[in-house]
Write a protein that binds this ligand. Sequence first.
Ligand SMILES: Cc1cc2nc3c(=O)[nH]c(=O)nc-3n(C[C@H](O)[C@H](O)[C@H](O)COP(=O)(O)OP(=O)(O)OC[C@H]3O[C@@H](n4cnc5c(N)ncnc54)[C@H](O)[C@@H]3O)c2cc1C
Length: 293
Amino acid sequence: MPPLAGTAEAGGSLADFIWFRTGGAAEWLVRPRDMADLAQFLAALPPQMPVLPVGVGSNLIVRDGGVPGVVIRLPKAFAKVAVEPGNRIRAGGAAMGITVASAARDAGIAGLEFLRGIPGTVGGAVKMNAGAYGREAKDILVECTLVTREGVIEVWPLDRLRYSYRHSELPDGAVVVEALFEGAPGDPVVIGAEMDRIAAEREASQPLRSRTGGSTFKNPDGHKAWQLVDAAGCRGLRKGGAQVSEKHCNFLLNLGDATSADIEDLGDEVRARVKAQSGVDLQWEIARVGVRK
Ligand SMILES: Cc1cc2nc3c(=O)[nH]c(=O)nc-3n(C[C@H](O)[C@H](O)[C@H](O)COP(=O)(O)OP(=O)(O)OC[C@H]3O[C@@H](n4cnc5c(N)ncnc54)[C@H](O)[C@@H]3O)c2cc1C
């Protein structure tokens, strides 16, 4: 491993912190100290070594054989959030959506409320074009700062990410270290009420306290994925220790002893049943990484 001011852990556990709590270890789990440290490290890393950034794994299945190469996890130093003029918020890649939404509320900046309901980091939201309630990352992002796989620090304006539904053109191995968001002037009381409404609605409709990975499949044009899954009779379907949530059937659950293979195979079983029942090919929204055992 190239020199690093942060830490590089051989065989670092990912199951310790990703939402499903399943899957194998990272060959190397790297926590850089700051942006310059990350850039120097990546520049010196042999080009054939794969690099995977992760947030808190709220949209991730890590396969049971683990992740070859380097997994980058941004530590707290990357979680700063600051208000800037022009109804803007600058947030580190490791900041959680709820922290960004709360800072915007306190500063009287409207339009970022939806981040309250997305339990991931700024880096994950920028990569996935995370969204809810009719708004997505692309509606609030001005630019993001990333460190490329080659170790170059670049600022990418919104257009360069070429966003579509839950997708960006962020290059493989590039790490989002910061994002600049913009909203509109608003009343903190009204913004807070909207955040509370979102939190309550989520609590009522999603398995928030379970080991899950968020929405499993993208909503196909003109359809809701959960309705297709339900119509195919998959609500509550089980494989090993994994189950299709009874509460929201576009969510898969680890009931306690699931392997990542149980979860992924259950997802593939659901896709096959939906295809047979409705003819629709569901596409995974959850990122699946690493190798099978
Ligand atoms: C209960 C629940 C509800 C959810 N509701 C929603 C919702 O309403 N809308 C929605 O869009 N999503 C939702 N999700 C999914 C998930 O929270 C989002 O996709 C979130 O943006 C993922 O963030 P993360 O930091 O956990 O990323 P991870 O799951 O760790 O990673 C997801 C992807 O982003 C990449 N990535 C992570 N960090 C970085 C970084 N710093 N730089 C570059 N790439 C990075 C990873 O390589 C991976 O490809 C939900 C999940 C759960 C568990």
